[in-house]
Design a protein around this ligand. Structure first.
Ligand code: PEP
Length: 249
C-alpha cells in the first residue's frame, strides 16, 4: 500500500528563530494521522530542525543536494552531509531549481542516482509549464521529464521514490490545477510507470500534487484516487494552514 504524505517546502523562508517557532507550533498542533508529515526548511536550519523534532513523527527533509560525493563545488551540499545530520529524504527537480538554477533532466538523473546510491529517499518533482498545457503537450512533457531522469533506474529503486506532480503554472500563483486535472495527470503518470516498469511499482509509488494547495482546496484534491497527498509551498509557512492541510488527508 502506498503512503499518504503531506510535505512542506519552505523554500528560502524563515530564519533560525522563525524556523524553531514554526516547527514548535506545527508539532504541537499535529493531529493523529497515518499520513507521513515532512518539512523542508533551508539548509542552514536543517540540523537544528532535526534536533528539535527528535521525538516527533515529523520528518525533516532537504530541498536539494549536489550529485558529487564531495570536492570543489562551492556552495553545494552532498548526500553524505545530509545523512550526517540525520536527513534521509531530499526533494529533487523542483521547478524553481529547473528554472532559476539550470537543472536539466540530465543533471537531475545524476542527482537522483547519487541520492539513491546513498540509500536516501527522493521526492522527485516534475510538471509542465503553462505553454505546454495550452498547446496540449502536458502529457508529453511530463512523460519525458520522468523518462529522462527516472526510467534508467533499476526497478528496485522505486521503493525509494516519491513523485510530486507540480504544474509550474500552479506554483505560488494561487491558481490550482482542478482536482480532475490533477487526477488525470496522476493516473497518466501511474500508467506510464506501469508500462515502463510494472503495475506493482506504479501502484505502490506515492504521487503528491503540488501547486497552490491550501486549506480550502486540499480535501477535494486529496479525495482523488491517484493523489496520495501534497507538496505544499506557501501554505506550509503558516502553522494553522499546514495543519488544516494535514487534517484534509
Ligand atoms: C512548491 O513550491 O512546491 C509549491 C507547491 O508551492 P505553492 O504551494 O506555494 O504553490
Amino acid at each position: 500500500m502506498r503512503s499518504k504524505i503531506v510535505a512542506g517546502n519552505w523554500k528560502m523562508n524563515k530564519n533560525m528563530e522563525e524556523t524553531e517557532a514554526l516547527l514548535a507550533e506545527v508539532s504541537a498542533k499535529l493531529p493523529d494521522t497515518t499520513a507521513k508529515v515532512m518539512v523542508a526548511p533551508t539548509f542552514v536550519n536543517l540540523a537544528s530542525a532535526v534536533n528539535q523534532l527528535e521525538d516527533s513523527t515529523i520528518e525533516v527533509i532537504a530541498q536539494n543536494m549536489h550529485f558529487a560525493e564531495s570536492g570543489a563545488y562551492t556552495g553545494e551540499i552532498s548526500a553524505d552531509m545530509l545523512l550526517n545530520i540525520g536527513i534521509n529524504t531530499v526533494i529533487l527537480g523542483h521547478s524553481e531549481r529547473r528554472a532559476y538554477f539550470g537543472e536539466t533532466d540530465e543533471i537531475l538523473e545524476k542527482k537522483v542516482k547519487a541520492a539513491l546510491a546513498k540509500n536516501m529517499k527522493v521526492m522527485f518533482c516534475f510538471g509542465e509549464e503553462l505553454a505546454d498545457r495550452k498547446s496540449d503537450n502536458h502529457f508529453k512533457v511530463v512523460e519525458s521529464q520522468l523518462k529522462n531522469a527516472l526510467f534508467g533506474l533499476d526497478a528496485s529503486a522505486w521503493s525509494s521514490i516519491i513523485l510530486a506532480y507540480e504544474p509550474v503554472w500552479a506554483i505560488g500563483t494561487g491558481e490550482t490545477a482542478s482536482p480532475e486535472q490533477a487526477q488525470e495527470m496522476h493516473a497518466f503518470v501511474r500508467k506510464t510507470i506501469a508500462a515502463a516498469f510494472d503495475q506493482n511499482i506504479a501502484d505502490n509509488v506515492s504521487i503528491l500534487y503540488g501547486g497552490s494547495v491550501k486549506p480550502s482546496n486540499a480535501e477535494e484534491i486529496f479525495s482523488k484516487p491517484d493523489v496520495d497527498g501534497g507538496l505544499i509551498g506557501g501554505a506550509a509557512l503558516v502553522a494553522d494552514d499546514f495543519i488544516a492541510i494535514v487534517k484534509a488527508i
